[in-house]
Design a protein around this ligand. Structure first.
Ligand code: ATP
Length: 430
């Protein structure tokens, strides 16, 4: 749809963009990414013709973009910029009608039946029908943005160029607008080229991406580009972690602030308090721990401060323990606590079933946490097997995220030993 070849350009003799090459395919949603000042708007302006090309070519459907007449171009391309400038006191409906101008025929250029139908349709889908008679200047920034999008859609373009279209929008309207664009892309084959600042939003909607840095492309590619933490960190100067969205198969980035709370390193053995109530054991840490668990409370991977072994959740309320910060729930008759310098295991036994809470003064990535959880299970199962016992109960592994790395082997051995001891005690008791 658009082919950019060896493009050079900017505002003075020293160009902002140097040797930019890019192809935007028909029917795709293409996101232009890059930090402030990287040259996104400059490139955008060169495509829209607001800024002259110093050298290179921009081809639209195989033809030099500058060779199109204004009207020809308006039939193919609609532009939505950040600069909201509407000269007269038009109403919403009048502004949208302007979008039909390239399609109007004859000298009088009056609106046809089809024009009216399209104007109604775009007002409806952008949810602005209610203020059709309102003057544009009286609208909020977000409402203005939607009106200008409706005008662009009324143009029925093949290609829509958008400069940060969600700039003024709250999250509801951001998602509404991008859903709408996506729907247009998928149902009508609209090609979308958009500058987007929010990498997570871009990840959810765009098919391909270009990452601009200091006037050149660092990478052009699919969504995997947003998993490259080191590259993103280098470009944006922010520490990022790429995670997978829980329901959409796309990456989402978590940013870590440079600001970190200055904490005195607490000795692991002093970092928690264990309180024994009737039918409830409560372990409270001073700082949240990174946890992985299959417990009834706090399952999956989380950050938690409170850990309980108690069969009845009403007990949490009774003792004022915050539900939403609790990991693990399992009934127990007997508790055994074992500790070394950097690991502490709480084994709860009930009728020959063993629940294990393992606390580690160590640092784990999410992958290492999963491995650690497996090592915990293996250690426990090995001990059970050796003593011909069976158990499929609750487990939790929690890490302080401080201190050294702890190997799976260490975890397996520690859990094997504590489980063996807990089983032996149980067998002596019965
Ligand atoms: N009218 C102008 N005259 C001279 N230099 C300009 C002009 N507009 C922008 N620049 C410069 O061009 C460079 C790229 O700016 P551009 O607006 O393209 O960046 P951007 O990636 O769109 O940034 P942002 O994310 O902040 O909108 C910047 O260094 C900027 O100072």
């Amino acid at each position: 749809m658009i082919k950019i070849e060896n493009l050079v350009g900017g505002y003075t003799n020293s160009p902002i963009l140097t040797d930019v090459n890019l192809e935007i395919h028909r029917g795709e949603f293409f996101a232009l990414l890059g930090p402030n000042g990287s040259g996104k708007t400059t490139l955008f302006k060169m495509i829209t013709g607001q800024l002259p090309i110093q050298s290179g070519n921009i081809l639209l459907s195989g033809k030099e973009i500058s060779s199109y007449s204004k009207l020809e171009k308006a039939k193919k391309v609609a532009v939505l910029t950040q600069e909201i400038q509407v000269s007269f006191d038009y109403t919403v409906e009048e502004i949208i009608s302007l979008g039909r101008y390239p399609h109007q025929k004859g000298m009088l250029k009056s609106l046809s039946k089809e024009d009216h139908y399209i104007i109604e349709e775009v007002m409806d889908i952008t949810k602005i029908s209610n203020f059709r008679k309102t003057q544009f200047r009286k609208l909020s920034g977000g409402e203005k943005q939607r009106v200008l999008l409706a005008k662009a859609l009324a143009q029925e373009p093949e290609l829509l160029l958008l400069d940060e279209p969600t700039n003024h929008l709250d999250i509801k309207h951001t998602f509404q607008l991008l859903d709408l664009l996506k729907e247009r892309q998928l149902s009508k084959g609209l090609t979308i080229f958009s500058i987007l600042h929010d990498l997570n939003v871009a990840s959810l909607y765009a098919d391909r991406f270009a990452l601009l840095h200091n006037g050149t492309f660092i990478e052009v590619g699919d969504v995997e580009l947003l998993r490259k933490e080191e590259q993103l960190q280098k470009v944006y100067q922010v520490k990022v972690n790429a995670q997978s969205h829980p329901t959409v198969p796309k990456p989402q980035l978590l940013m870590t602030p440079n600001y970190t709370k200055i904490k005195d390193k607490i000795n692991f053995t002093d970092s928690y308090e264990m309180t024994q109530y009737e039918n409830l054991t409560h372990i409270q840490f001073a700082e949240p721990l990174r946890t992985i668990s299959n417990g009834a409370f706090g399952d999956g991977i989380q950050w938690l401060k409170h850990f309980c072994i108690a069969s009845d959740e009403n007990l949490l309320k009774k003792y004022g323990i915050p539900y939403e910060q609790v990991g693990c729930m399992a009934s127990t008759d007997n508790i055994m606590v074992t500790q070394n310098s950097h690991m502490m295991a709480v084994v709860g036994e009930e009728k020959g079933s063993f629940n294990i809470l393992l606390f580690i003064d160590g640092h784990f990535s999410d992958g290492e946490l999963v491995n650690g959880f497996m090592a915990l299970t293996e250690g426990k199962m090995q001990a059970l097997k050796n003593l011909s016992m069976n158990s499929t109960d609750t487990q939790l592994l929690a890490a302080t995220q401080q201190g050294r790395k702890v190997s799976a082997g260490e975890i397996r051995e520690f859990v094997f030993n504590v489980t063996t001891e807990a089983i032996s005690r149980y067998l002596q008791m019965i």
